[in-house]
Structures are given as structure tokens and as C-alpha cells.
Write a protein that binds this ligand. Structure first.
Ligand SMILES: [Cu+2]
Length: 344
């Protein structure tokens, strides 16, 4: 009879402490705002984990503290405690229960992944370029932006590329996260469902300015998004028209900064991580690391240097020091070359 009383008391205490622990943990606000359809299933999975954690925590601490208090040695008690020789029933019980729990979580987790990765064939596709140390977003209409604008309640398929090292696309409010891997296109699907301003940050340490690799993410209504696209397309077309579709040194100069060429190539004659661009175009007998020379620095040589930097390596520099920019559109490469031509 006394055993039953202990059992009932401990069960009641475990349930009470589980409840209080769960309330305490959830009121801490562990999760940021949820702003995507994917956040729903992920937060639910997180929530049941917190419940199970609260229960296990209580199960252990309640039994521990209860035993210390209730079964402590009374004054005058000097004998040894009773000896136990295993308990097969208990062994089977605490093998089967965790086994079922883990398999259950496996099934729930797989179903969760199915929901989070659900494909909408009409998703808006945006190309994401993450590089040391900024983000650029290219839209299907041809223009690019440094802010990620997205319409609410429409799935976006991000196709992500990195020209240099590993980066990781992470907007905590959207919950999902994906690495950018050089030489590969990785994908991430998000359905933003709450209008507002968020921030994408790089979640994979990628060099000195990793901490500043952030860009705004703006989720607006479909109407506001359409208006923004129309405006961007007009700007982009005006720019193209101004140069009559020809390569443009001004755009090239903008790319020089935006794409980070600036970090390695100076314009004033001082060599940096890479050779200076001053006086580069038209140079004769440009020496290479292997002792040979390039007879003439022309468009063809520059094009190759940008898209396949390891084809030839400049004297005094090392191969693999420059990331490949083969992902650029041809028009962008010609703009860069046009800019290099102006640097006499
Ligand atoms: Cu990064």
C-alpha cells in the first residue's frame, strides 16, 4: 500500500513539474517571429521536442529529489539498504519506450520534411549569388537587386550559387537554411506569409567580413511586388537603352565594386592580392608564372581570365587565388572588359 502511495505522488509531481517546465520554456520566447509557411511544421516539431524534454527533465529530477527527501536515512538507522538483482520487466519497458519514441520522431520528422519541401510548380524563381561578402539577387526579368523583394503567399525557389567559398542563406523568420557551395547550384523553397522587413545573414563563416554579410529581405503584397518589378525593369531597360545594348564602362565600374573585384585588383598601379588593372589592356608580352608570355592583352585574354582564371596564371601570382566568375552573363563580362579598357 505504501508503495502505491509513493507511485501516485511521484506521478502527480512529474506531471506537475513537466507542465511548469514546459510553460517556463515556452514563455522564454525561444523562437523569432514566424514569417513563412515552412515555419508552421518546423515550430510544431520544435514544440513537441520541448514537451518531451520537459517530461524527461521532470522524470529524472523529481525521482532524484523525492528519493533524497523521502528515503533519506532516519536517525538511528545504521544497517545497509536492501539489495536488488536487476528487474527484467523494467529493462524491457525502458528499452521499448525510447525505441518507439525515436521511431515515432523519425516518422514525424520525415513527414515534416515533406511539408517543408513541398514543391509549387508555379514558384517564383530567383537566382541568389552569395560571395565574399555580399548577396545579389537576379530576377527572371533580367535585372538584379541587392535587396531580396518577395511577394507574400507565393512560393519562391531560390537557386543559389557561390563563386568563392561556402556561404549559407539564413533568414531566421523563415526557419529554413541552405548552404551555398562553389561549383554547385543549391535550392531552397520558401513561402513567405507575413509582410515585413527581415534580414538574410550568412550562417557559414566565410572570411574577414563574414559578420557583415547581410542584406535586407522585404516581403510585400503581390500588388506592391508587381509595381516594384515594373519599376526595376524600367530602370534596367533605360540603362540598356542608354548604351544601345553595347558594353558600357560605367556599368563595368559598378560591377567592379559590386562583385568584389575591388578587393584584389587596384586601379592605380599598386598590386594587391591580384595584379592591378592600370595599363592592363593592350599590354604586350604579359609575363605568366610558367615563364611564357601573352603576346597581347586583348578582349579574348580578359574574357578567359575572368571566366577561367586558372587557364593562365600571371607572373608573381598563384593559381586558385582568384574565384571563377563564369556564372556572369556575357553582357556583364563585356561591361567589365569595357571598364578595364578605360584604365590607361
Ligand atoms: Cu558568407
Amino acid at each position: 500500500m505504501r508503495n502505491v502511495r509513493h507511485f501516485v505522488t511521484v506521478t502527480a509531481l512529474v506531471l506537475l513539474v513537466t507542465y511548469l517546465t514546459y510553460i517556463g520554456l515556452t514563455s522564454l520566447g525561444l523562437m523569432p517571429l514566424a514569417a513563412s509557411a515552412q515555419a508552421g511544421p518546423i515550430d510544431w516539431l520544435f514544440d513537441i521536442h520541448v514537451m518531451v524534454m520537459s517530461f524527461l527533465f521532470s522524470l529524472i529530477t523529481v525521482i532524484l529529489v523525492y528519493s533524497m527527501v523521502v528515503f533519506r536515512r532516519k536517525p538511528g538507522e545504521t544497517g545497509d539498504g536492501a539489495h536488488f538483482e536487476g528487474n527484467t520487466g523494467l529493462e524491457i519497458f525502458w528499452t521499448i519506450v525510447p525505441l518507439v519514441a525515436v521511431i515515432g520522431f523519425g516518422i514525424v520528422g520525415a513527414d515534416n520534411l515533406r511539408q517543408v519541401r513541398a514543391v509549387d510548380p508555379n514558384a517564383l524563381e530567383v537566382r541568389v549569388i552569395g560571395y565574399q561578402w555580399a548577396w545579389r539577387f537576379e530576377y527572371p526579368q533580367g535585372f538584379s537587386s541587392t535587396t531580396l523583394y518577395l511577394p507574400a503567399n507565393k512560393q519562391v525557389l531560390l537557386k543559389m550559387e557561390s563563386p568563392d567559398v561556402l556561404h549559407s542563406f539564413w533568414v531566421p523568420e523563415f526557419r529554413v537554411k541552405q548552404d551555398l557551395v562553389p561549383g554547385r547550384v543549391t535550392e531552397l523553397r520558401i513561402t513567405p506569409n507575413l509582410e515585413g522587413e527581415y534580414k538574410v545573414r550568412c550562417a557559414e563563416i566565410c572570411g574577414t567580413s563574414h559578420a557583415y554579410m547581410e542584406s535586407p529581405v522585404v516581403v510585400v503584397s503581390q500588388t506592391a511586388y508587381d509595381a516594384w518589378v515594373t519599376e526595376q525593369v524600367a530602370l534596367y531597360e533605360a540603362e540598356l537603352l542608354a548604351s544601345e545594348g553595347k558594353p558600357d564602362a560605367k556599368r563595368g565600374e559598378k560591377l567592379y565594386t559590386e562583385l568584389g573585384c575591388k578587393a584584389c585588383h587596384s586601379l592605380n598601379g599598386t598590386p594587391g592580392t591580384g595584379p592591378t588593372w592600370k595599363g592592363l589592356f593592350g599590354r604586350e608580352n604579359r609575363p605568366l608564372a610558367d615563364g611564357s608570355v601573352v603576346a597581347l592583352v586583348n578582349e579574348e585574354y580578359l574574357y578567359e581570365s575572368i571566366t577561367a582564371p586558372n587557364a593562365k596564371t600571371v607572373q608573381d601570382f598563384k593559381a586558385n587565388a582568384m574565384p571563377s566568375f563564369s556564372y556572369l552573363r556575357d553582357s556583364q563580362i563585356y561591361d567589365l572588359i569595357e571598364f578595364i579598357k578605360t584604365l590607361k
